[in-house]
Design a protein around this ligand. Sequence first.
Ligand code: FAD
Length: 391
Amino acid sequence: MSNVAGTRAVVGIAGAGIGGSTAAIALRRLGVEVELFEQAPGFARVGADINLTPNAVRALDGLDIGDTLRLTAAQPTHRISRTWDTGVETSRIEMADHAVERYGAPQLTIHRADLMHALEDALKDVRISFGKKLESVADGDRLHLQFADGTSRDVDILIGADGIHSAVRTWMLGPEQPEFTGVVAYRALVDTERLAGLPNLDAFTKWWGPNPETQIVTFPLDRGRTTFVFATTPQPEWADESWTRPGDVRELRAAYADFHPEARALLDARDDVLISALYVRDPLATWRRGNAALLGDACHPMMPFMAQGAGQAIEDAIVLSRCLAGGFASTAEALDTYQSLRLPRTSAIQVGSRGNSWLKASGTDTQEPAGELAIDPDTVYGYDAWNVPLR
Ligand code: FAD
């Protein structure tokens, strides 16, 4: 087995979600010894959709799992913005083949379960321990991981990919609750045949509401047989974080009663919906402590408005794996390089997602410059995690 920074290091990853699984596959392929610890008893099948923009698909293509995803995913033809009451289009970007030409990969919209299944297949030769909820970490010659079931394990390097309530983050930076945004999200899967007559069903369409928190997004799944409907609206007093809680479709329809008839028709097509509260954290100043680093929602949970939650976790995983396998003189240097490459980008996208004006107006304008990084479509979609120079 190859090694990190000249040592025979074992990398432990807490969390086998999208980010942790991607990191484990990438590290293994780069010849690094890795072990994955997941709190759940097996791979979860919850959650409806994942919108993988070209930057995420290109990263997954580098792990040879993109072809599997393309078997069941849809490839939206365009990314369209429409105005909530008039229906007027304010932005239209070509995706599909145009995205392949411009960014090296298409946009894929896919069931979360299909993505997890593809990752699970690619994890075949990675050691995974389920039912291992990380409770605490202790510094020493190695990092001592203590699990809730009473067992423990020592590793040389720890990756905290354990989501928005990250135990690794708490150990690193102290306890701090994620913030409820006062926004809830409704989700529904609709048989596309039930929407016959509505335009743009093969595209990603966003209906921009009268305030930044109110919007309806639709895109195809299952190669177009299913349409995913995602609607957000302010709801200041409710804060359940579950991804499987049923919502009240009457409340959903009432919240969008003044929308254009074509938007309301999307909400009339199904009577059962799921509802979840949206939580975020502010960008962090650091993602590492000693030989441990964070990735994905553990360090940059974000609003879904730029559809970058999973994509940024995937990019983190590839860049971190390259840094750890990249011949740096020390683990500290490898992790510092990872942080310096990734933190400014994800912070800008976190802030941009919160502002929610991304691509409202124009397909080419720079939107919402956040800090020093402009987050125009080319910057977001054109990022190549496999080839970004490891400075
Ligand atoms: P996560 O996907 O949250 O994965 C973290 C993993 O760490 C989980 O497997 C968790 O069980 C594990 N874990 C947590 N704590 C510990 C611990 N102490 N010890 C060991 N393991 C631990 N986004 C969408 O756009 N659409 C969706 O439909 C959608 N559904 C989602 C459903 C669920 C259940 C979750 C958790 C997230 C969902 N998201 C969805 C959000 C999106 O998937 C995230 O932005 C993205 O997955 C970030 O990936 P991650 O690997 O950083 O974190």
